[in-house]
Design a protein around this ligand. Structure first.
Ligand code: RP5
Length: 163
């Protein structure tokens, strides 16, 4: 199979209210210089939209999907059921259960349909961006260089002594 070096990341989330968390995934990808698109897609409120995006992801050059969802967070699992493009799930911190509901929903996928699950909330969104970049970088030397530079600058930013 010919290697496709122009793969992008698709960031989706169940609700506008998830964006304050998921924009951190965007920020990381922007910083590193990886192409992405962002959409609101809800498994229960916009099931047809979810279906259309999921089944067309591979032919639309999507190399990784980051899906953020809160509560009974079925969006990442449903998308993964519809495409073999890798799906990274970000459990959104919910009001009542602080995101434990989202985490358990996303992480406990039964065997056969995987979702790579990140931490609850902001850390998860940032790491989803970094992990998506690393997956894209597997087949893209320029992206690999940018990601490595980002990591070097993170290392340099850690002071030796506290003040
Ligand atoms: C989920 O329900 C979304 O992912 C969001 O985290 C949660 C609450 O949504 P809103 O009621 O804020 O739209 O589908």
């Amino acid at each position: 199979m010919k290697k496709n070096r122009n793969l992008k990341v698709l960031i989706v989330m169940g609700s506008q209210s998830d964006y304050k968390t998921m924009k951190l995934a965007e920020k990381i990808l922007k910083n590193i210089g990886i192409k992405f698109e962002t959409k609101i897609i809800s498994a229960h409120r916009t099931p047809k939209r979810m279906y259309e995006f999921a089944i067309s992801a591979a032919r639309n050059n999507v190399g990784v999907i980051i899906a953020g969802a809160g509560g009974s967070a079925h969006l990442p699992g449903m998308i993964s059921a519809l495409t073999s493009v890798p799906v990274l799930g970000v459990p959104i911190e919910s009001k009542k259960l602080k995101g434990l509901d989202s985490l358990l929903s996303i992480v406990q996928m039964p065997k056969g349909i995987p979702v790579g699950t990140l931490a609850i909330g902001e850390d998860g969104a940032i790491n989803a961006g970094l992990l998506a970049a690393a997956i894209i970088a597997n087949n893209n030397q320029a992206a690999k260089k940018k990601l490595n530079n980002w990591r070097i600058s993170q290392t340099k930013s850690v002071k030796k002594n506290p003040r």
